[in-house]
Design a protein around this ligand. Structure first.
Ligand SMILES: C[S@@+](CC[C@H](N)C(=O)[O-])C[C@H]1O[C@@H](n2cnc3c(N)ncnc32)[C@H](O)[C@@H]1O
Length: 246
């Protein structure tokens, strides 16, 4: 997988994307991240990338031309690259989208806006999809680009030690993950659930699945409606509700 990030702040993004699991994936050749400094693609002497909005109003808008020159440079050698604009107006990113992007494309171009945003004509001409990381507004697209890169990268083959590392996690199959514990077995008088110390794998698996169902119901009732539960699990949830509801 190759991810090309168009940004005014490549160093800031790289500082984060060189660490830990993503940094190791890059060094191992499982993921390539390239940065494109949008400012390098301006044709004016001052290297200005933005200007006042037509019609007046607050803030500055990034030039379509600087963005286009940068984008065209990437597309020239990779015509199939899929272009995503980081935007609070896009569809909201989730695990399902991360899965889709990690399997359906071998090269993504992530465009980071800044200031008031970017000239609409660049979006019309060059962008395949707009993605938001939530219903709030950030100062730039760099944090969204890092979040999306991270979520995609950890699902690429070989990046994590085992597929189970992400396939059992929250959101992968429509449920939240079960609670996790590590040593010591008693901390501040709080004991780790006994079943986890039993070494009985089938019981542990069953307990974890039930915990996933319970926490999804308690923490994200909006998710439990569409969670893929078996008839037996639905019955388990109904019983749990009866026992715990007033
Ligand atoms: C201050 S925002 C511009 C917001 C724009 N004026 C609007 O109201 O839709 C500057 C840039 O940050 C990025 N950005 C801000 N919030 C975002 C979000 N929730 N998801 C993805 N990108 C975001 C986008 O690239 C955007 O162009």
């Amino acid at each position: 997988m190759r991810i090309s990030i168009m940004t005014l702040f490549p160093e800031a993004v790289d500082a984060m994307m060189n660490e830990s699991i993503i940094g190791r994936a890059r060094r191992d050749g499982k993921l390539t991240i390239c940065y494109y400094q949008i400012r390098d693609y301006t044709k004016n002497k001052q290297k200005q990338v933005d200007d006042y909005p037509y019609g007046g109003g607050m803030g500055m808008v990034m030039y379509a031309d600087a963005l286009y020159n940068c984008w065209a440079d990437i597309k020239a050698t990779s015509p199939d690259a899929y272009t995503i604009f980081m935007s609070p107006q896009g569809s909201v990113f989730n695990q399902e989208k991360a899965k889709k992007l990690s399997t359906e494309h071998s090269h993504l171009i992530l465009v980071c806006g800044h200031y008031e945003g970017i000239d609409e004509r660049f979006i019309e001409e060059c962008v395949d999809e707009e993605i938001s990381i939530g219903d709030f507004v950030l100062t730039g697209g760099e944090i969204p680009a890092m979040a999306i890169t991270d979520a995609i990268a950890r699902m690429l083959p070989g990046v994590l030690s085992d597929e189970e590392c992400f396939s059992e996690e929250s959101h992968f199959d429509g449920l939240l993950e079960y609670p996790q514990y590590t040593r010591p077995s008693v901390w501040h008088d709080r004991e780790v659930p006994e079943v986890l110390l039993s070494g009985h794998h089938a019981n542990i698996k069953k307990w974890r699945r039930e915990q996933s169902i319970i926490r999804t119901y308690q923490k994200r009732p909006d998710m439990i409606e569409s969670a893929p539960l078996t008839p037996k699990e639905k019955k388990f949830l109904e019983n749990f509700k009866k026992e715990h509801e007033i």
